[in-house]
Write a protein that binds this ligand. Structure first.
Ligand SMILES: Nc1ncnc2c1ncn2[C@@H]1O[C@H](COP(=O)(O)OP(=O)(O)O)[C@@H](O)[C@H]1O
Ligand SMILES: CC(C)(COP(=O)(O)O)[C@@H](O)C(=O)NCCC(=O)O
Ligand SMILES: [K+]
Length: 270
């Protein structure tokens, strides 16, 4: 049997994480912990089923993957308008109806929330995967369009959430809401003392967000009198390298993992 024939037989799980900036399609072979096949598509207002299918088609060709190997799909979206488009795309392309994560998906989980219909399904996916990993009090810091802190106690209860404008969102708002400030790239400036407008914004953002993250973690630990395991995720976790000392772990696939765990628990019979 050739290597390609073997690959053809391996069943795949697909986690779809639709955020406000990116829709991420993560493929996991045979419930291993590898998410090496990941397709990111920018979240845009006019995205069509056709565009998504075309992007998936190219990705599958390039990676020598077969749509029929995808046997199960879990879908989380924090952009409600994307639900029908993503459901239809999965049915057309894979012939599989996705499990759609919603407020009723959490009953069988080890983690508990008192606000299931309001909390973002991506945050619940993060919380599920983080608690599965640590089994202890933990905080997930997600550097996405929004910067979020999800706080879980040692029993798995979600005791709080914080939502802050994400790093790029903050940079973009200076550009869109002022007359003279330019759009700047996400780069660490040479000094905290800004000497021109670009460096002034970059220093404000980098040193400001560093302090924000440290300050939030400190405030949460002080108020709860608890030492948490802190795990970072989200597309922008990579640009906050200087913060890695604060984190027990950085895992950009945390949301994909949680989507898979929530889906498998709900799809299991009994
Ligand atoms: N590897 C990366 N390097 C730099 N920026 C990234 C990377 N991945 C994502 N981003 C940017 O980070 C921001 C947040 O991305 P993401 O975590 O995918 O957000 P969301 O989950 O809200 O869709 C977006 O502006 C995205 O373009
Ligand atoms: C907080 C969020 C905007 C984060 O979305 P993202 O940055 O991943 O695109 C999303 O999880 C959401 O819309 N949540 C609903 C409100 C809540 O979680 O309380
Ligand atoms: K996200």
């Amino acid at each position: 049997m050739s290597i390609f024939e073997i690959e053809r037989l391996i069943p795949m799980f697909l986690s779809v994480d639709a955020g406000n900036s990116n829709i991420v399609f993560g493929f996991n072979q045979d419930q291993s912990d590898s998410w090496d096949k990941v397709l990111r598509i920018e979240t845009t207002k006019k995205l069509s089923v056709f565009q998504l299918e075309r992007a998936l088609g190219i990705f599958f060709l390039e990676n020598r993957m077969e749509p029929e190997n995808v046997k199960h799909i879990g879908l989380s979206t924090v952009v409600p308008d994307l639900k029908p488009i993503l459901m239809q795309c999965c049915i057309n392309f894979f012939g599989v109806e996705p499990y759609f994560i919603n407020g009723s998906s959490y009953e069988k989980l080890r983690v508990k929330t008192s606000n299931p219909d309001e909390i973002g399904t991506d945050l619940m996916a993060n919380i599920t995967a983080a608690y599965d990993c640590f089994g202890d009090a933990c905080i997930v810091v997600d550097f996405g369009t929004a910067l979020t802190f999800s706080i879980v106690d040692k029993t798995g209860k979600v005791i709080g959430i914080n939502i802050v404008p994400g790093i790029k969102t903050a940079i973009n708002s200076l550009f869109t809401d002022t007359a003279r400030l330019p759009k700047v790239s996400l780069e660490m400036p040479p000094s905290v003392l800004g000497k021109d407008t670009v460096h002034a914004i970059q220093a404000g953002i980098f040193y400001g967000y560093t302090g924000l993250v440290r300050g939030m973690l400190h405030a949460i630990e002080a108020e709860t009198q608890t030492k948490f395991k802190v795990i970072a995720t989200g597309g922008l976790s990579a640009v906050m390298q200087h913060l890695t000392g604060e984190f027990a772990m950085v895992d950009v696939n945390l949301t994909l993992k949680g989507i898979q765990q929530i889906t498998l628990i709900n799809r299991k019979k009994g």
